[in-house]
Design a protein around this ligand. Structure first.
Ligand code: NAD
Ligand code: ZN
Length: 352
């Protein structure tokens, strides 16, 4: 079978591989729609997870089951499924501790395009199908459905990590596709006022549609000053970080009130340390909590997000700015994600 792969750090290309075979609990899936992730770009061009050779890329897919192992009960060939980016080993101590994302070790619930071939192949392997796949209702269009495996779960997780409560004033820093889903997540968790920090008009417009009440342009000066000015010097209750760099942490710490939470889902790619401003962190006693997390995966999480889409509570297809058709266009969509033209939020490739 054919796949679009990371050949080594900085290099991508098409390769041939053996079609994978399922173990007793596993499934083989044919992708119906896929999307490249900013994390794929970090993986290839920044070596974010170290060297990889001839590893098929991609971890955002919906597909059709083509084969199942002897012990799989709830899925059969022909079923249309949502495949989470995170497919944990459910029989691990990390799962019992409540952190399935780290089943088997730090970030080890993330398998596709990390420790095994991803979803940009003609077929791909899913471990523990009954626990990791979710049925895709036929009413949900593929463009919307393929935003569920990563963009929705990650963006909403940012809002969950920030512990958003009814009426909170929230700031979402970075409104690419993940941050836009954090805005929607903050809105659904009951935020009162939502600042969205961005610069591109299209992203700002979509942020307002997802529930942002105020737009802060980080290109118009220090965002901490802008937030403090807009809140009469009080600051915000919660911050979600979905863009920016290591310095964004310091800004988040400065703009939140004592007794508050920061939820980070952003990839931090530089330096050995992250600075926390000592004084604004209450010299260590400010009850300003910092939470960073990998997105939740697995079947139940996907089913819950599918409900949000199915019952029209959230329309993730607003993220999709570029739609390609045909397997060969995976490369075009991937390179678009690398180049990030101004009008791009998320590209999707339809393979059905
Ligand atoms: P993106 O690059 O499309 O969006 C980030 C946005 O932040 C961009 O629009 C950028 O212009 C903006 N930005 C840059 N500097 C900023 C600043 N100083 N202040 C405010 N905004 C700024 O990326 P994305 O696809 O939305 O993903 C966001 C991050 O989440 C990436 O780092 C990605 O790797 C990571 N990610 C994490 C998980 C997870 O499980 N935790 C999953 C998927 C993606
Ligand atoms: Zn991703």
């Amino acid at each position: 079978m054919k796949g679009f792969a990371m050949l080594s750090i900085g290099k991508v290309g098409w390769i041939e591989k053996e079609k994978p075979a399922p173990g007793p609990f596993d499934a083989i899936v044919r992708p119906l729609a896929v999307a490249p992730c900013t994390s794929d770009i970090h993986t290839v061009f920044e070596g974010a997870i170290g060297e990889r050779h001839n590893m098929i890329l991609g971890h955002e897919a919906v597909g059709e089951v083509v084969e199942v192992g002897s012990e799989v009960k709830d899925f059969k060939p022909g079923d249309r499924v949502v495949v989470p980016a995170i497919t944990p080993d459910w029989r691990t101590s990390e799962v019992q501790r409540g952190y399935h994302q780290h089943s088997g070790g730090m970030l080890a619930g993330w398998k596709f395009s990390n420790v095994k071939d991803g979803v940009f192949g003609e077929f791909f392997h899913v471990n523990d199908a009954d626990m990791n796949l979710a049925h895709l209702p036929k009413e949900i269009p593929l463009e919307a459905a393929v935003m569920i495996p990563d963009m929705m779960t990650t963006g909403f997780h940012g809002a969950e990590l920030a512990n958003i409560k009814l009426g909170d004033t929230v700031c979402v820093i970075g409104i690419g596709p993940v941050g836009l889903m954090s805005v929607a997540g903050a809105n659904h968790l009951g935020a009162g006022r939502i600042f969205a920090v961005g610069s591109r008009k299209h992203c700002c417009d979509i942020a307002l549609e997802y529930g942002a009440t105020d737009i802060i342009n980080y290109k118009n000066g220090d965002i901490v000053e802008q937030i403090l000015k807009a809140t009469d010097g009080k600051g915000v209750d919660k911050v979600v970080i979905a863009g920016g760099d290591v310095h964004t942490f310091a800004q988040a710490v400065k703009m939140i009130k004592p007794g508050s939470d920061i939820g980070n889902v952003n990839y931090l790619g530089e330096g050995d340390n992250i600075d926390i401003p000592r004084s604004e962190w209450g010299v260590g006693m400010g009850h300003k909590h910092i939470h960073g997390g990998l997105c939740p995966g697995g079947r139940l999480r996907m089913e819950r997000l599918i409900d949000l889409v199915f019952y029209k509570r959230v329309d993730p297809s607003k993220l999709v700015t570029h739609v390609f058709r045909g397997f060969d266009n995976i490369e075009k969509a991937f390179m678009l994600m690398k180049d990030k033209p101004k009008d791009l939020i998320k590209p999707v490739v339809i393979l059905a």
